[in-house]
Design a protein around this ligand. Structure first.
Ligand code: C2E
Ligand code: CA
Ligand code: CA
Ligand code: CA
Length: 278
């Protein structure tokens, strides 16, 4: 038994070493990913109650030269740890703005907003506001069409600073969405003090919704709360018609999820929403 125990220990430590090594390799590869042009933004459509596209969420994809597609769930935490998220996040905002610029002429996506995910570390940089401002000025796009998604869990940092930063960005015309709402602990009175435009009901509340299930009360309560705070309410993770119907009954304004459209490369998005010949 003792020998078996020991070999198990060895086994785990080798595995841990391998894990650490692959993590280090991944971080090394991440360092060069921008210059090697390995990132791409995918776009997932967001629809209003009538089924018109209102905007898209930009979701980053990393095409590693040998490992192929690596999920953001895997590399974003690593990017945060290594602070690489600051330059990656900058790339995301720049790329989204360049996309908005391209859509300004003729496209059906002319009025679409792009929502970008901004990480806590990126947002906390002293020069975050000025760097966003510089990108907007350089690329010259309507700031109203850029929306920044902040997660509830980020709002634990110094409230004064967050509110001030958001205020400055709002003055530029940028919009804010509160992502993953319902998973954190932010109080209502606190939320009321921050200039959010949109509240995003977390997928976990949508997942439980089905027509057999009478308990849509949680989603309903969240949607009602958002509306009473004067916020646009969007539901994400919509996977079925039944969920869509229930979320409409809950009063949600916008809908996003696999049922309505997967995150896709820009060419695919443009094909789907291209102007019909008249
Ligand atoms: P998130 O911001 O909550 O994004 C929503 C995630 O749910 C995306 O996963 C999206 O592909 C997925 N999703 C969309 N519709 C459905 C659905 O109907 N069902 C289910 N089960 N999932 C759905 P993805 O693209 O893998 O991104 C995961 C997370 O990685 C994001 O969660 C976000 O936190 C982070 N992330 C993605 N792109 C960026 C980025 O550019 N910057 C930063 N900082 N984080 C990012
Ligand atoms: Ca998001
Ligand atoms: Ca989310
Ligand atoms: Ca909006």
């Amino acid at each position: 038994a003792k020998a078996a125990g020991r070999s198990q220990i060895c086994y785990y430590s080798v595995r841990m070493q391998e894990k650490l090594l692959s993590k280090m390799n991944l971080e090394l590869a991440l360092r060069d990913a921008i210059t090697n042009d390995e990132f791409e933004l995918y776009y997932q459509p967001q629809f209003d109650r009538l089924g018109n596209i209102q905007g898209v969420e930009a979701l980053i994809r990393w095409f590693h030269p040998t490992q192929g597609l690596i999920s953001p769930m895997q590399f974003i935490p690593l990017a945060e740890e290594s602070k690489l998220i600051i330059s990656i996040g900058d790339w995301v905002i720049r790329t989204a703005c360049l996309q908005l610029k391209k859509w300004q002429t003729s496209s059906n996506l002319q009025h679409a907003t792009i929502s970008v995910n901004v990480s806590a570390l990126q947002f906390s940089q002293d020069d975050f506001v000025t760097s966003v401002e510089a990108i907007l000025r350089e690329i010259d796009v309507p700031p109203k069409q850029l929306q920044i998604e902040l997660t509830e869990s980020m709002l634990v940092a110094d409230k004064e600073i967050i509110a001030h930063k958001m205020g400055e960005l709002k003055q530029l015309g940028i919009q804010f969405s509160l992502d993953d709402f319902g998973t954190g602990y932010s109080s209502l009175s606190y939320l009321q003090k921050l200039p959010f435009d949109q509240l995003k009901i977390d997928q976990s509340f949508v997942r439980g919704l089905s027509s057999h299930d009478e308990d849509s009360s949680l989603a309903f309560a969240i949607a009602a709360m958002g509306s009473s705070l004067g916020l646009e309410v969007i539901a994400e993770g919509v996977e079925t018609q039944a969920q869509l119907d229930l979320l409409k009954q809950c009063g949600c304004d916008l809908f996003q999820g696999y049922f309505l459209g997967y995150p896709v490369p820009v060419s695919e998005l443009e094909n789907r929403f291209s102007q019909r010949d008249r």
